[in-house]
Design a protein. Structure first.
Lengths: 291, 206
C-alpha cells in the first residue's frame, strides 16, 4: 500500500514538474503554424467588450494570430446597421484594420438573415460552413437549428476532410458545461457526439455560458467554452468532475496555435492575465472517417 | 495560477493522457442518429408541406423583384433588403391568418409528433434544450408580423427536428414558450404557429 502511494506520488510529482504552467507558458510561434483567437458572447457594444477587444489587440503584438472564430451571440439586441458598427466593427476595428479575419457562428441572440450576409463574418450567406487553414479544417455550425440537412452536410464535410490533420468544430451551445445558468446541450450532444467520434473531431469550441471552461477530454475530444468575451456571469461556474479549469470572474478570450500535432492554447482575461494555458496532442484517427 | 490550479492542471494531464491520448478508433459511440419516430407521410404533414411549398413560391417571387443579396461590408444594404422583402411578403399575404399553414389536420399531426418527442426517450434532453435559451420576455405572436429581433431564439430540440417534416431553406421552425412557430428564415416574418404544443415547463421563460 505504502509502495503504491509512493509510486503514485512520484508520478504526480513528475507530472507537475514537467507540465507547462501558466506563468511558464509560451507559444512556439512556429512557421506555418495556424494561429487564431476564439471569442464568444461578445456583441454587447458595451465597455467590457471594447476593453477585451483592446486586450486582444495587445496580445496580437506578441502572438500574431491571423483570424478569430466567433462562438455566437455576435450581436445582441437590435441588428440595425448602427448596431453592427457599435457591437462589432468598432470594438474590433484595430484587428480588422490589421487584416484579421473573423469567422462567425450563430448564437440564440443572432439574426441569421443579417449576419450571414455581413462580409466581416465570412459566412458567405450560409448558417453553417467550413474552411481550411493549414492542416486544420474548421466547421462552423448553427446549433440553434440542427436540422437533418445540416447533419447530412456535416457528415459529408467531415468525411471529405480526411486530408486535414485537425478537425475543429465551433458553435454556440456547449455539449458539456458545468455552468449553472444553462448547463450542457445534451439533446444536441445526442446527435453530434457520435458524429464527432466517428469522423475524428479533435476539439470543439462553444459559447452560450458566460464563463470560460475547459472540459476534461470526453470520449477523447477536447471541449472549450468561451462565452465571456463581452458578457459575464460572474461566479456562475460550478466546477464539476469534468472541469479541467475555468474562469468566471472577468471577461476572457482564447489564443490558439496549432503546430504539427500540438495545439497550444492560452486563455487571457480582459486585464491581460493568463487564466489557463496548456498543450494538447492530436488524437490519432486511425479508423475514423470510414464511410 | 494558484497552487490549487497547478494541482488541478496536473490531474488534467493525467486524465488527458489516459483519455485524450486514446486513438479515436477506440472511442465508443453511444447514440446513432435517431430515426424518425413519426409518420412523416401522414395526411396532416402532407397538407402542411403543400402549404409550405405554396408559401415558398410566393417568397421566391417576391425575392425575385429585389436585387440579389450578396455578402457585403455595408449592413445598411442587408437590413434594407431584409425589410423590403418582409414588406413585400406581408403585403402579398395581408389576408394571412392562423391555421393557413398549420391546418387542423397539420396541427393534429404536429401535436402527435411533439407529444412523442416530449414523452419519448429524449424527453429530458428536449426539455433541457427548451430551457437553454427561452425568450427573456413574453412574445405576443401574430401572423404576418416580424419576430422582434431584440428577443433571443429558443433552440428547437435537435432530436425533435429530426422527426418533423423537412422545410425548404426559406422557412424554419422556432419554439417560443409553449408555441411552435413557422418563420420566414430571411425576414423573420411569423407565418403561422400552433399554440400550446410544447408541454408546460419545457419552454418557460427565463
Amino acid at each position: 500500500m505504502r509502495i503504491k502511494r509512493r509510486v503514485f506520488l512520484f508520478g504526480l510529482t513528475l507530472l507537475l514538474a514537467t507540465a507547462p504552467r501558466a506563468e511558464d507558458f509560451k507559444f512556439p510561434l512556429k512557421s506555418n503554424s495556424v494561429r487564431f483567437a476564439a471569442i464568444g458572447d461578445m456583441g454587447t457594444g458595451e465597455t467590457p467588450e471594447y476593453e477585451t477587444a483592446q486586450q486582444m489587440s495587445e496580445q496580437r503584438k506578441v502572438f500574431p494570430f491571423d483570424f478569430v472564430i466567433a462562438l455566437g451571440d455576435n450581436i445582441y439586441g437590435r441588428h440595425d446597421a448602427v448596431d453592427l458598427e457599435k457591437k462589432f466593427a468598432s470594438p474590433y476595428k484595430s484587428l480588422l484594420d490589421g487584416g484579421v479575419k473573423f469567422y462567425a457562428s450563430l448564437g440564440n441572440h443572432d439574426d441569421a438573415g443579417i449576419e450571414r450576409f455581413y462580409k466581416p463574418f465570412n459566412m458567405n450567406g450560409s448558417n453553417y460552413y467550413s474552411f481550411k487553414k493549414g492542416n486544420v479544417q474548421f466547421f462552423a455550425l448553427d446549433s440553434n437549428y440542427m436540422n437533418p440537412k445540416q447533419m447530412e452536410w456535416l457528415q459529408k464535410e467531415l468525411q471529405g476532410a480526411s486530408g486535414s490533420d485537425w478537425k475543429i468544430c465551433f458553435f454556440h451551445h456547449p455539449l458539456y458545461s458545468s455552468a449553472r445558468k444553462h448547463g450542457p446541450a445534451t439533446d444536441l450532444r445526442l446527435l453530434l457526439e457520435p458524429i464527432f467520434i466517428k469522423y475524428g473531431v479533435n476539439a470543439v469550441f462553444s459559447g452560450h455560458e458566460h464563463v470560460y471552461e475547459r472540459i476534461l477530454p470526453q470520449k477523447g475530444i477536447y471541449y472549450f467554452t468561451e462565452g465571456s468575451s463581452g458578457q459575464l456571469r460572474a461566479g456562475d461556474l460550478d466546477r464539476s468532475s469534468i472541469t479541467a479549469n475555468g474562469f468566471d470572474s472577468d471577461r476572457a478570450f482564447m489564443l490558439v496555435e496549432i503546430a504539427g500535432d500540438e495545439m497550444y492554447f492560452e486563455t487571457v482575461s480582459r486585464t491581460g492575465k493568463t487564466v489557463d494555458s496548456g498543450v494538447i496532442h492530436r488524437q490519432q484517427a486511425a479508423a475514423a472517417a470510414k464511410p | 495560477m494558484t497552487r490549487m490550479g497547478k494541482f488541478k492542471w496536473g490531474w488534467c494531464l493525467v486524465l488527458a493522457g489516459t483519455v485524450g491520448g486514446m486513438p479515436l478508433c477506440s472511442r465508443s459511440s453511444q447514440t446513432a442518429n435517431p430515426k424518425p419516430q413519426v409518420d412523416l407521410k401522414a395526411p396532416g404533414f402532407q397538407e402542411f408541406s403543400d402549404r409550405v411549398q405554396k408559401y415558398v413560391q410566393l417568397h421566391k417571387s417576391m425575392e425575385a423583384t429585389l436585387p440579389k443579396l450578396k455578402s457585403t461590408n455595408e449592413p445598411e444594404l442587408i437590413v434594407a433588403h431584409e425589410r423590403a422583402l418582409g414588406r413585400k411578403i406581408r403585403e402579398a399575404r395581408f389576408h394571412a391568418k392562423r391555421g393557413d399553414i398549420f391546418t387542423p389536420a397539420a396541427t393534429a399531426a404536429f401535436r402527435k409528433a411533439m407529444a412523442a418527442e416530449f414523452q419519448g426517450p429524449h424527453a429530458t434532453h428536449a426539455q433541457a434544450t427548451m430551457k437553454q435559451g427561452a425568450p427573456l420576455k413574453k412574445v405576443h405572436l401574430r401572423v404576418n408580423q416580424i419576430y422582434p429581433d431584440s428577443v433571443p431564439y429558443t433552440s428547437v430540440p435537435p432530436t425533435l427536428l429530426q422527426n418533423l417534416p423537412r422545410l425548404p431553406e426559406e422557412v424554419v421552425y422556432r419554439a417560443v414558450s409553449q408555441d411552435l412557430v413557422l418563420l420566414d428564415a430571411k425576414t423573420n416574418l411569423v407565418l403561422d404557429f400552433i399554440v400550446g404544443v410544447i408541454p408546460p415547463g419545457a419552454g418557460e421563460n427565463q
